[in-house]
Every structure is written in structure tokens, then in C-alpha cells.
Ligand binder design. Structure first.
Ligand SMILES: *Cc1c(COP(=O)(O)O)cnc(C)c1O
Length: 389
């Protein structure tokens, strides 16, 4: 349970800062690990969701691998102690430099997103006298029923190889002596809360797995990506996602051939709920039509609301100490950045709020700190851990 008094213990700190609940993180990772282990599934953590040092350390200690989308993420994973044998590298635009670096570190596999990329990896691997392991990222045309900006598995998206290009991809692979095809990969979107989406993904994955099998190719790995969503509206109701229900869908509907491994790439589900952005109210502007709370955090610290109109629950932590009355008011909670989209929530019902109150923006552990920018020459992002003195 999120404990406002615990956050208030950091009230003397300069705001804004990210607050990481390390206990919740550990329990979330343990739950995911247990459910995955029970079914024999492998998890690669999607580093892009959060690569804060201690968060990453906990994830490495859980024994998960790493799913990276840039050469620097591969480097960060290796520096953090992830086994290169458990690192995968995805992304539509891997540069030659990034591919060469990943090859030199002997990562487990590249998730390849185009036919041309196969040729480039083959040439670069040849130059290094290496053999690259690749999984073909196939766009399964499954609708993730999530925000259009975080849908990735439809024909109109830029990600992956289309199913009608598969024959051509196989033809290309025959001319790539420095590539070993190890599997197929999918990632259909993020913040997916309807498990039927994953069921549809399994149906498509089965068809494709059979397509390869019929051609005498036994894939070692079926990588079904990530995307499991979390509850942004009631973060304390189910602060640990139902990993068992999620993995069970794949156990039930994904057909594995003898020896095939199933890989997952979870990001958001593992780290969202452990993070909150803590900020202080700078000004209260009471108007006729609107009341504004102007806080000292902005889209530069948490970009999700401005980027994809994401909802985050907002709480007044100072009021939660019990010294405030029962009066409430609706506020638009906005940041200091010179952009109209710099708004964390409209018409948010809060206790009567004063200048200096501490505000928590919840469920900010994923795609929060990692997207921080220096726009308006803002300060470097700060963070605290719940277990630090
Ligand atoms: C972002 C990403 C993920 C993780 O997605 P979540 O929704 O955070 O679980 C997994 N795989 C790939 C290829 C990604 O780009």
C-alpha cells in the first residue's frame, strides 16, 4: 500500500522528485518471477520503461534478461550486470554502430524489423567474423485496443515485417551466412488491459509458428513481447498486476512445439506502480471558471499526459496527514512549462489545497523518469528510494 507518511518523510527535500517504493518493486518482481517460473516462461525486462540504477539492479537480481531498443540501452544493461546471453535488441532503426556494438558483446538476439536490416546485420556480422542470432519481428495485425500512439501491431504501424513479406525474408535469410534465425517476435502495443488481445496474438503466433514448421524450420524462441497494462485509476486496488492471469493466457493458447521457449518483454507492468512523481504546489489560482494548482513538476519530469493524454491519479499528501477539513474543490493541475499541454489533470477533485502542499502523481514508475527532458533548461531529474534514510 502506498503510504503518504512515508513520502512525507522526504518533505524537506527539494521538489520535484521521483519516489520509488522499493518494497513494492521487490514484491512485484517476485510475483512476476514466480508466475513465469511456474510455467517455464522467460522474461526480458524492457529497459526503456525505467533504467534508474537501483530499479535496474533489483530487476537484474530477480534474474530477468533485458530487452533493449538502442545501443546505449544494451550498454546500460551490460554495465548493470545483465548477462549478454539474456539481452535482446529491438527497434526499427538500429544504426550500424549500434549493431556492431551489440555483436561485439555477443547478445542473445536481434529482433529484426525489416528485410533490409537482415542484410545489414549479415554484412556487419561477417566483418566481425561473428554469427548473429535474430528473431524476425512480425507485425501480426492485432489491434491492442489501446491509445493510438502506443499501438504497434497494426498494418499501418512502422514496426516489424508484414506477414506477406515473410517468404521474401526467408529468401533473404538463405543468402545470409552470418545469421542464425532463432525465433519470431511480436509486440502489439502497450497498456493492454483486455487479455483477449493476447489471446488473439496467440492465434496469430500459432499460425506463423506452423508456417515455419511446414518449411522445415523449427524456431527455438517464440517471443510475444510485452504490453501488459496497469491500473492508473486506482493504483492501490491492485498494485501488483495479475501476472498469473496474463501468463496463463499464453500457457493456454500459445502452442509450443517440442523444445520451444516462450519469451516475454514486460516493461510497464513491472515498474509503473512503484514510482510516484512528488511535487509541491507553487501557486493556487482561483478563477471564476477554473481553479488552477500550479505545481513545480511539469511535462519535463513526466511527459505521458502531454504526449498521449495519459491519465495519472493525483493526490494531496499534505492533506492526507489529517490536518485538513473535508472541503474539496476541482482543480486543473498544471506545471510551470511554457506549453498548454503541460497539464497533469483537469477538474481533479482534491481537498482544499494550499501553496506548499506536497502532491503525488501516481503510477509514474514506467515511462516517467526516462522521458525527462531539459526543456526550459529545467534541472536534472531527482529521485529518492523509500528505504533510504
Ligand atoms: C516498449 C517495448 C516493450 C515493453 O512494453 P510495455 O508495454 O512497457 O510492457 C516490449 N517490447 C518492445 C519491442 C518494446 O518496444
Amino acid at each position: 500500500m502506498f503510504d503518504p507518511s512515508r513520502v512525507n518523510a522526504f518533505a524537506q527535500r527539494e521538489t520535484p522528485f521521483y519516489y520509488y517504493d522499493m518494497d513494492l518493486l521487490e514484491r512485484t518482481l517476485a510475483a512476476a518471477r514466480k508466475s513465469a517460473d511456474t510455467l517455464g516462461f522467460h522474461v526480458h525486462y524492457a529497459l526503456k520503461a525505467n533504467f534508474n540504477d537501483r530499479v535496474l539492479g533489483s530487476i537484474r537480481d530477480t534474474g530477468f534478461g533485458a530487452d533493449c531498443v538502442s545501443g546505449n540501452e544494451v550498454r546500460r544493461a551490460i554495465e548493470a550486470g545483465f548477462d549478454p546471453d539474456k539481452i535482446v535488441f529491438a527497434g526499427v532503426g538500429k544504426s550500424d554502430k549500434e549493431i556492431t556494438y551489440a555483436l561485439s558483446e555477443d547478445i542473445f538476439a536481434f529482433n529484426v524489423e525489416s528485410i533490409q536490416e537482415l542484410e545489414v546485420i549479415d554484412a556487419l556480422a561477417g566483418a566481425l567474423e561473428k554469427r548473429a542470432r535474430v528473431a524476425l519481428r512480425i507485425n501480426p495485425n492485432v489491434d491492442a485496443h489501446t491509445h493510438q500512439y502506443i499501438t504497434t501491431g497494426l498494418d499501418e504501424n512502422k514496426f516489424g515485417i508484414a506477414h506477406w513479406e515473410l517468404a521474401e525474408a526467408m529468401e533473404t535469410l538463405r543468402g545470409c551466412p552470418h545469421i542464425e534465425l532463432v525465433g519470431i517476435h511480436f509486440h502489439v502495443g502497450s497498456q493492454i488491459t483486455d487479455l483477449n488481445v493476447f489471446k488473439s496474438l496467440c492465434v496469430k503466433a500459432n499460425e506463423l509458428n506452423n508456417w515455419f514448421d511446414e518449411r522445415g524450420i523449427r524456431l527455438k524462441v517464440l517471443n510475444v513481447g510485452g504490453g501488459l497494462g496497469v491500473d492508473y485509476y486506482e493504483p492501490d486496488k491492485q498494485s501488483i498486476p495479475d501476472f498469473h492471469a496474463y501468463f496463463s493466457v499464453f500457457d493456454e493458447f500459445l502452442e509450443r512445439k517440442p523444445g520451444q521457449e516462450v519469451h516475454f518483454e514486460l516493461g510497464r507492468a513491472l515498474v509503473s506502480q512503484c514510482g510516484s512523481l512528488v511535487s509541491r504546489v507553487l501557486y493556487v489560482k482561483n478563477g471564476i471558471k477554473k481553479n488552477f494548482l500550479i505545481i513545480d513538476a511539469g511535462m519535463t519530469e513526466l511527459m505521458r499526459p502531454a504526449l498521449y493524454q495519459a491519465y495519472h491519479r493525483i493526490e494531496n499528501l499534505t492533506a492526507d496527514t489529517g490536518t485538513y477539513g473535508d472541503d474539496t474543490k476541482h482543480y486543473d493541475v498544471v506545471g510551470p512549462i511554457c506549453e498548454s499541454s503541460d497539464c497533469f489533470g483537469k477538474e481533479v477533485l482534491l481537498p482544499l489545497t494550499r501553496r506548499g502542499d506536497l502532491i503525488a502523481i501516481r503510477t509514474a514508475g514506467a515511462y516517467g523518469e526516462v522521458m525527462a527532458s531539459r526543456y526550459n533548461l529545467r534541472e536534472e531529474i531527482r529521485y529518492v528510494y523509500s528505504d533510504q534514510p
